[in-house]
Design a protein around this ligand. Structure first.
Ligand code: UD1
Length: 436
């Protein structure tokens, strides 16, 4: 192993220092981690903070680069955002109607949610196309179709789209072709200040949408039905600033839980909640013992993980696509054959070639992967392709004997706060290294 270095989010991520993560694996975990606040809930809340001209405060906000990137986009358009000690403060009183540029949209996909907020606030917005993303094509056609139903006229140019409404946005009945998380959030953002009632049919039901709607209700919005496939929004004339305590990130929970499931051993995951995330069921299928505490979950794995004959990623309440790479890493050492079907994003299987490099036995055809468990994985030099494949590789690295170096770790910091320190809290040997 090379000499470890300390990690600083601002210097290492925002100003482009190249880092890698080195893990010396093969030992069981033992320790305790506190689960960070939810990435996928805070990003739409940040967009929602632009709907009013008062101050919004979000506590327990994770220190991850997606939050900082979203804050930079908001500052580009006149928002004032500060972050200190997990407290995010947003003042949108001086917001201007500036266009949202390509560089920003590519840096942070969730910036497309600013379309809904800007339409609600100014009745118009110009945004460069989000373009491709490393986990597959991620179009915004559902978002655009919905805005058109609300009276927005869209002009599509080669590189950007202009959305404009001559009068106030109008509530509408919108049936989504697929329960898209981003489209549901964007429609809600546009609808809370629209005239009349908006009814979203086939809405996404993810827990992050539920928390986001609670947050908006605290701001004064009138919303019903979140968590079901029908969300009904009665537009109001004004929203006000709030102070919000962000809930735990269920995918970060699943990530550290999968480290226990794959490496063996035991850990206490503190979530500050008395309701365990639904994803806990997959841990039982993998053979983990689970005990619920008052503010967390104790997980123990005493044997090789069980294989899972078949599992498919689906919109909530199905198994999350964001957990797929994490589960695949664990199944590499199961005592049998497992099948994973990826039902949402087509490019999530690029991690397979990295896992093979570590000794995994995986075949795949199209979106179906067959994982035959092996008794040992070994360390290798591997590269993250996206946020969750990076996390999957860290799990595999903990399970593998010898040293694994995970390159392109900046993807991992998009969604995980202090991931190396968290692995150390679990008793794993992990360190940051500066790339030459
Ligand atoms: C959100 C999550 C991401 C998660 C994903 C699926 C955030 C910040 N990100 O992403 O972590 O993996 O949900 O749970 O919350 N689609 C279209 N047209 C559209 C919109 C989506 O065809 O206009 C398709 C996508 O290509 C994809 C599927 O719908 O195949 C789901 O995408 P969506 O739910 O919108 O994902 P995101 O909101 O981008």
């Amino acid at each position: 192993m090379t000499e470890p270095v300390t990690y600083n989010m601002t210097e290492n991520i925002l100003y482009g220092e190249k880092m890698s993560i080195e893990v010396c694996g093969g030992n069981p975990v033992r320790g305790k981690v506190r689960i960070q606040g939810s990435k996928n809930a805070v990003l739409p809340m940040m967009a929602a903070a632009l709907l009013c001209d008062e101050i919004t405060v979000i506590e327990n906000c994770p220190d991850i680069s997606d939050v900082h990137a979203m804050a930079e986009v908001m500052e580009d358009i006149g928002g004032r955002v500060t972050y200190e000690d997990h407290c995010l403060t947003i003042d949108a009183s001086a917001l201007g109607n500036k266009s949202i540029e390509e560089k920003r949209v590519k840096e942070i996909r969730a910036s497309v949610l600013l379309i809904g907020s800007m339409l609600a606030r100014f009745g118009k917005v110009t945004i460069d196309y989000p373009g491709g993303c490393s986990i597959g094509s991620r179009p915004i056609d559902f978002h655009i179709k919905a805005f058109r139903k609300m009276g927005v006229v869209t002009t599509e140019e080669e590189n950007y789209i202009r959305c404009e409404s001559a009068s106030a946005l109008k509530g509408a009945t919108i049936e989504l072709e697929f329960p898209s998380v981003g489209a549901t959030e964007n429609i809600v953002l546009a609808a809370v200040l629209a005239e009349g009632v908006t009814w979203i049919q086939n809405a996404a039901r993810e827990p992050e949408i539920v928390e986001f709607c609670h947050f908006l209700r605290t701001m004064g919005a009138k919303i019903k039905g979140e968590g079901t496939e029908h969300i009904i929004i009665q537009g109001v004339s004004r929203l006000h600033g709030v102070k919000w305590q962000l809930g735990a990130d269920r995918i970060a929970f699943l990530t550290y839980a999968m480290m226990v499931a794959g490496c063996g051993g035991e850990a206490y995951l503190e979530t500050d909640s008395d309701t365990p995330p639904k994803e806990i069921t997959v841990l039982s299928r993998l053979g983990c013992q689970i005990r619920l505490g008052s503010k967390g979950i104790f997980i123990r794995q005493q044997s090789r993980p069980n294989p899972i004959p078949y599992i498919c990623t689906r919109p909530y309440p199905g198994f999350p696509t964001d957990g797929q790479s994490l589960l695949m890493a664990v199944l590499c050492k199961s005592g049998g054959v497992s099948t994973i079907e990826e039902g949402i994003f087509e490019n999530r299987f690029r991690m397979i070639q990295k896992l093979r490099k570590m000794g995994a036995n995986i075949d795949y055809v199209s979106n179906r992967a067959r994982i035959t468990g092996v008794t040992k994985l070994h360390g290798a030099a591997v590269e993250a392709d996206d946020l969750r494949s990076g996390a999957g590789l860290l799990i595999a690295a903990g399970m593998a004997e010898g040293v694994t170096t995970v390159y392109k770790e900046h993807f991992i910091h998009r969604g995980y706060e202090k991931v190396v320190e968290q692995m150390q809290n679990l008793g794993l040997t992990a360190n940051y290294h500066k790339e030459e």
